[in-house]
Write a protein that binds this ligand. Sequence first.
Ligand code: AG3
Length: 282
Amino acid sequence: MNPSQWFTEQVPAAGSAFSLKIKQKVHEEQSEFQHLEIYETETFGYLMVIDGCTMVSTRDNFFYHEMMSHPALYTHPNPKRVWIIGGGDCGTLREVLKHDSVEHAVQIDIDERVTRLAEIYFPELCASNNDPRADLKFIDGIKWVKDAAPNSVDIIIVDSTDPIGPALGLFSEDFYRDCYNCLSENGMIVQQSESALFNMTLIGEMRDAMSASGFNHLQTLFFPQCLYPSGWWSATLASKTDLSTFREQDSTDKPFETIYYNIDIHKASLAQPEFFKKAFTK
Ligand code: AG3
């Protein structure tokens, strides 16, 4: 095996790695904020890597983007205003805009280069960027939320990298408190929350910080994502109001195509593994 033909992301703490066979590296740059690479792979289409971590591949991004958006949007009673913090590849934005209730979706990614590269290598993820409801901003999402007026958004989706570099502040109690203050009455956050096999400490800290900042209702949901460490990923919902039900009829009647999400997947993603229940009573 020639290592130069493979991209590998190692997770030293877990003694684990994931590799994809590559045809070639097609782009590499140091942006103002992070190191960006694009590979053409043998079997996963294009692959975007940020600071050595896999972000998105053509072949399997649908799991993540659908599960970062549809469960939350079908849980909120009437989501009209959605903000995506991070998400520069525009895949989450595309899913959010599939919901007719959404009147305004703002994507706030600090690094414009991520979006410019996605437009070239992942044009399908950028298919809704010209939707009149879409608003792309390239500024600091932490500051955006801090400066926002009360009751200015219904759902905040935090589609970030791991809690390193510019994303670190997105996993803090201060950030969650700022989110709480600008969310509407039934408002909620949904944030990518890493692997429940490898990152239970982080998930615990996130959940504690979310509760401490006023969110009384938490729900972590699970889905496969073979690109990411352990292949088993999660998102955590933090809401001002009850999360025990969702708009099942609307989910059943969804007027748009998905590849992974449907009502059964939604319900299944809410099932809590035994070790998870033991770790978190809330
Ligand atoms: N968000 C990245 C999730 C974290 C991946 N972590 C890793 N490979 N170590 C991806 C952005 C997709 N819109």
